[in-house]
Design a protein around this ligand. Structure first.
Ligand code: HEM
Length: 378
């Protein structure tokens, strides 16, 4: 009797599990089909600017300054994002010799040209936390002595071309409206709930929550061992493109980084010091461009969408070499902190496009000016 009851319960439980799994699979299939239907080409090849973008941008600036203030604990005023640097390095960026005419744009126009550059490697967090914590890792590259008219009127004498990236291909928000809502919720201490702004399930941003979770990844063994993406699009001459910087160990002497003590708070800086300063071995990367094909789903106004490599491949336009060097000195670290990188520091040929980039124009300038002014007062 007891045995029969037990067997019946097992059968019932089995059916319940099968039902839940079936329901889950059905949900997954419907969600995948819905996403594929929503995310299909063609897309506009021009920017689409919402009328209320300027007002939303002003709101974001206020929140960003609030974040800078709140993360300051008797320290200098740090960046609102990517506050902690692993180091500022000298680098050389050499344009490939044999580029096709369509790839010879802006700073990549002259075959074989070598640009001197400064490169800042960072953690994404606004707080200078331990490197072992999950986070995005940033790379900001500044080509120096670049001739030609700069995008920003007040930067004409600077001669820069910046490339600002982190090591995930897409962003956890689509546009300015969503960024404003999300960052305000985060500044109020919300984390996961920042992606669920109301009771209406249509406002829930589940896909974007997963992007955020994937972006906050464990640290690479060294900042030289991960790929950095522009995430947002840029002009590339008359085309639109994203770019990335990927490790290229084959162009450098063979090197195996000795295991680092990852319990140390700044082990990513130690990894750089070990390779570049102690072992005197350079690090190599390639700089690659992915041109938009508007007949595919490669939108300009939605940074949450990764442009698929099957729709448009990345093409190498330059090689980056970070020579052996001593970079970890108090003077160089202070100089690094005082630098500003900004996707808008550069030429028309590489103009940032799309809502998130338009927002960055105002916010980077405001935060950078704010922290530099406050630090100068101290
Ligand atoms: C497309 C996605 C983005 C990427 C790849 C990115 C990457 C970066 C990186 C690498 C840095 C550090 C630059 C340095 O080393 O000095 C940085 C700084 C910063 N980011 Fe972003 N970011 C993105 C989106 C945004 C957005 C949407 C905002 C806000 C609207 C923002 C606000 C800032 C600010 C305020 C700084 C500090 C600027 C300074 O004080 O000099 N970022 N970002």
């Amino acid at each position: 009797m007891l045995m029969t009851l037990w067997l019946r319960m097992c059968v019932l439980l089995g059916k319940a599990v099968l039902f839940v799994v079936g329901l889950g699979l059905l949900g997954w299939a419907v969600a995948t089909a819905w996403s594929a239907w929503q995310h299909r080409g063609p897309v506009p090849a021009q920017e689409q600017i919402p009328t209320d973008e300027a007002a939303m941008t002003r709101d974001v600036i206020q929140t960003a300054v609030r974040i800078v203030d709140s993360h300051r604990e008797n320290t200098r005023y740090l960046r609102d994002a990517h506050a902690k640097a692993h180091g500022c390095l000298n680098a050389e960026v050499q344009v490939l010799q044999d580029l096709t005419p369509e790839l010879r744009q802006g700073v990549f126009s002259e075959a074989g040209k070598t640009w001197q550059a400064t490169l800042r490697l960072s953690n994404g967090s606004p707080y200078p936390q331990f490197d072992s914590l999950r986070d995005a890792r940033g790379m900001a590259l500044k080509l120096l002595d670049v001739p030609g008219t700069q995008l920003l009127k007040d930067r004409q004498s600077r001669g820069e071309q910046d490339f600002v990236m982190f090591n995930h291909p897409n962003f956890f928000v689509s546009d300015v409206a969503e960024y404003r809502q999300n960052v305000a919720a985060q500044a109020d201490g919300k984390k996961v709930m920042a992606f669920f702004p109301g009771w209406d399930p249509r406002t829930w941003q589940v896909r974007h929550l997963f992007i955020a979770l994937a972006t906050l990844a464990p640290a690479p063994a060294s900042p030289t061992q991960t790929t950095y993406f522009s995430v947002s699009p840029y002009k590339f001459g008359s085309a639109n493109a994203k770019f990335r910087v990927a490790p290229d160990p084959d162009s450098c002497p063979v090197y195996t980084l000795p295991p680092q003590n990852q319990a140390l708070p700044n082990f990513l800086r130690s990894a750089l010091t070990q390779q570049l300063s102690t072992d005197r071995v350079p690090a190599c990367f390639v700089l690659q461009i992915q041109r938009q094909d508007p007949s595919q789903y490669m939108p300009i106004e939605d940074t949450s969408i990764e442009w698929r490599e099957s729709d448009a491949p990345f093409e190498t336009v330059a090689r980056i070499r970070i020579p052996a060097q001593d970079f970890d000195t108090p003077a160089q670290n202070l100089q690094c902190d005082n630098l500003s990188f900004n996707p808008w520091f550069g030429l028309e040929a590489h103009r940032p496009i799309g809502g998130i980039n338009r927002l960055r124009k105002a916010v980077y300038e405001a935060v950078s000016d704010y922290r530099h002014a406050r630090n100068a007062e101290q």
